[in-house]
Write a protein that binds this ligand. Structure first.
Ligand SMILES: NC(=O)c1ccc[n+]([C@@H]2O[C@H](COP(=O)([O-])OP(=O)(O)OC[C@H]3O[C@@H](n4cnc5c(N)ncnc54)[C@H](OP(=O)(O)O)[C@@H]3O)[C@@H](O)[C@H]2O)c1
Length: 270
């Protein structure tokens, strides 16, 4: 598996499994299957309600802990310094393990707590309780504020990113700051599967539209976390490291950007 180096020196896999909306009673099975197929990363969150299943699935897979990368996220209603420390402990207890990476799930600017939340993550890191700390759905002003106030640069910003919403400016800022971009809803609800650019690459390479799009994320330099509960699609989504889009095909993919966000606007989601 291709790995991306983060600004704290640790490495994050270029592809992993996202577990949002996987029912709690199916999560252990799906995670164990994915890890058995070779998925090295599982992206979870407290709000997904399936951290216990995530941890159980990892243990059932029987893969050494140091070969797995686990992410969780602090939900909006646990922001603030002390609440975040407690929320982290709650996630560790549910997972039954210590995550490699913890993210602030949303900046929630109206709550006014993301800076205190960031300070709590710095404390967790400094106390050796978690290796890597990052953010999700942060806009440039949120990144600039936490970095300006603390001097600590998040290792990852996990953001909505798919062919219809490519976030070129934010990715460029991440590159300047040394932040890994991680793509959520990477398949964009399949809305680009029929786009001529995607279909042409799929025809040339013998890959599916989903594989073409996941490969595009990898070539953008992102870490990508597709979700599937289907064993065949789990395997398919991992199988994107034996072909490449050429420069013209990357340009064709770039032209699919509409600038239209599918999910919530981080400036107003609280
Ligand atoms: N930080 C955030 O705020 C945030 C927000 C949203 C998501 N995320 C993270 O990002 C992860 C991925 O995003 P997502 O779950 O929204 O969407 P996604 O991974 O883009 O798409 C998942 C959907 O695509 C289908 N699918 C998967 N592989 C496919 C394939 N090869 N061909 C056709 N269909 C396929 C799945 O159905 P089947 O299961 O039937 O295959 C499922 O309905 C989440 O699970 C979560 O970990 C984070």
């Amino acid at each position: 598996m291709q790995m991306l180096r983060m600004n704290d020196g640790a490495k994050i896999p270029a592809l992993g499994l996202g577990v949002w909306q996987i029912p709690a009673d199916q999560t252990a099975r799906v995670v164990a299957e994915a890890v058995g197929l070779g998925y090295p990363l599982v992206d979870g969150a407290a709000i997904y309600g399936n951290e216990a299943g995530l941890g159980d699935g990892l243990r059932a897979a029987g893969v050494a802990r140091d070969r797995l990368f686990v992410t969780t996220k602090i939900w909006n209603d646990r922001q603030g310094h002390d609440d975040t420390l407690r929320a982290f402990d709650d996630s560790v207890a549910r997972l039954g393990l210590t995550p490699d990476l913890v993210l602030i799930h949303w900046p929630c600017p109206d709550r006014g707590l993301y800076l205190d939340t960031w300070r709590a993550l710095i404390r967790l890191r400094d106390e050796g309780r978690v290796t890597s700390i990052g953010v999700s759905n942060f806009m440039p002003e949120h990144l600039e504020r936490v970095i300006g106030e603390t001097g600590v640069i998040p290792v990852v910003n996990q953001i909505e990113l798919h062919p219809e919403f490519q976030q070129a400016e934010l990715r460029a800022l991440h590159d300047r700051l040394g932040i890994v971009t991680q793509s959520w809803t990477p398949l964009g609800h399949g809305r680009s599967f029929d786009a001529p650019a995607v279909q042409a690459i799929a025809a040339r390479t013998g890959k599916t539209p989903a594989q073409v799009i996941l490969r595009w994320h990898v070539q953008l330099g992102c870490s990508v976390i597709p979700r599937s509960t289907n064993p065949g699609r789990l395997a398919q989504n991992l199988d994107v490291f034996d072909f490449a889009l050429d420069a013209a095909e990357m340009a064709d993919m770039a032209a699919l950007d509409t600038g239209a966000r599918g999910g919530p606007d981080p400036m107003h989601f609280n």
